[in-house]
Design a protein around this ligand. Sequence first.
Ligand code: NDP
Length: 249
Amino acid sequence: MAGKLDGKVAIITGSSSGIGEATAIALAAEGAQVAIAARRAERLEALAKRIEASGGKALPIVTDVTDETQANNLVQKTNEELGRVDILVNNAGVALTGNIDGGNTADWRRMFDVNVLGVLYTTHAVLPILKAQQSGHIVNISSVAGRIARAGVGIYNATKWGVNAFSEALRQEMLKDNIRVTIIEPGLVDTEINNHITDPVAKQISEERRKSITPLQSEDIAAAIIYAVTQPQHVNVNEILIRPTQQER
Ligand code: NDP
């Protein structure tokens, strides 16, 4: 059966778990060849096998997006091995929440490195390819936290605010080259993201918040991404804010 993305090539960062993994599966199911990137090699290999068993094509590329050289390598290797790049999903991210007052500055640096600089590096690397093609789509995974600030989440808020500002400026710069930019802003999604929180109090607050409602699943976000990237070329879905029905803010 023909897929809506047959012949297209997509890069998905942070595809070893959660939203990135579900997005890679969904893009491949629509016919895109997918370059899957994250640091955990064995999880990428397992995902590639799963996609290929369903008739898709997946290229695992171990990448730490906070390292500009590795981010460049991800884009160049995809272009060399799969022949082009049409879609970049900047999904890799961490949410190391905790109060600003007395906060862990190593966590702050890590969030800015992954959530902001990681997005900038891969985008910088892919733009020459998209410009040469005069087409392409960059999807940046932000968050409800990119639109609504909350006590205890301030630095994560700042990183996702940064993603939104960057994405809008990028959209304006690149529209003359037929390059689309979409911001996806999920609310609570049931993934392993909380497991990485280092502050025990923040971790407990986050877990309780998540348990108090029925969260989104990664596949719900993947479906929103598929919607955005399968619109006709003249349609740029700029922003999708998607919350669980029971999430208030
Ligand atoms: P997960 O923790 O399941 O996934 C995060 C992914 O990012 C993993 O694949 C991880 O892979 C990767 N990653 C982390 N650091 C790096 C790095 N330095 N280089 C490359 N990859 C890295 O969480 P989610 O799926 O929930 O998160 C995906 C995105 O969605 C994030 O940007 C997050 O901010 C956003 N989001 C999540 C929400 C939620 O409630 N879950 C809500 C709103 C937004 P590895 O460790 O193998 O490198």
